[in-house]
Write a protein that binds this ligand. Structure first.
Ligand SMILES: Cc1cc2nc3c(=O)[nH]c(=O)nc-3n(C[C@H](O)[C@H](O)[C@H](O)COP(=O)(O)O)c2cc1C
Length: 192
């Protein structure tokens, strides 16, 4: 598939068929992830692939955290709906960032640089999924259960960056609106 076609066809998928994903397919997607560029080629990503009961437990942790936040009068936004999607998708990959190396400590941009590489890896998976007729949902709502997830997965030294649910799509949503290139861009050719 042409890259521009994959970019145009990608959607956030929020309904998945129950068909499982085999390990070889998930490895193909992660192989696309590791081709991403990263600052100093640090490849700062770590992937935790959750399937079956493990992915259900992730959904439970988000639901429990949402309940606790609500009990305190807090707002949980779309997180319960996202937890239900995680329950339904056959696989969810949790993306972590490796600890910042000694030589980058004190350099303000370090964490942002690593997050950019990890985001590129996530987008590679989203596009590779399109090529394999799969769907994906990039998930930030996992942050509602940040501490519980980090503790459960035993990665206190790493940064939780995002989750990505993957599976066979059971919907074909229309493209969501975008601001135009014109609205999003300022052009500069001179310096006055
Ligand atoms: C960093 C990031 C976090 C996101 N988190 C969530 C989420 O937690 N739950 C959800 O349903 N969608 C989430 N999305 C999906 C966005 O809502 C979606 O990308 C956006 O509405 C545009 O739709 P499209 O992906 O179909 O083009 C996230 C997307 C990104 C890039």
């Amino acid at each position: 598939m042409n890259t521009l076609d994959a970019i145009a066809a990608r959607r956030s998928i929020r309904r998945f068929k129950s068909d499982p994903l085999d390990r070889a397919t998930i490895e193909r997607l992660l192989d696309a992830a590791i081709q991403a560029p990263s600052g100093k080629n640090r490849q700062p990503w770590r992937f935790v692939v959750l399937t079956e009961d493990a992915r259900t437990h992730l959904a439970e942790l988000i639901e429990q955290s949402c309940e606790a936040i609500r009990d305190q009068g807090g707002n949980v936004g779309s997180a319960p709906a996202t937890a239900a999607i995680i329950r339904q998708a056959p696989a969810t990959v949790v993306f972590f960032g490796l600890p910042i190396p000694e030589e980058w400590k004190g350099f303000e941009g370090a964490r942002m640089i690593d997050v950019q590489g990890i985001s590129a890896a996530i987008q590679n998976v989203c596009l590779a999924a399109v090529d394999l007729d799969l769907g994906s949902l990039w998930i930030a709502d996992i942050f509602y259960a940040h501490d519980a997830v980090v503790e459960w997965l035993g990665r206190p030294e790493e940064d939780l960056v995002a989750a990505l649910s993957i599976g066979h799509p059971d919907e074909s949503p229309d493209a969501r609106p975008r601001r135009s290139v014109d609205e999003s861009t300022d052009w500069m050719a001179t310096i006055d």
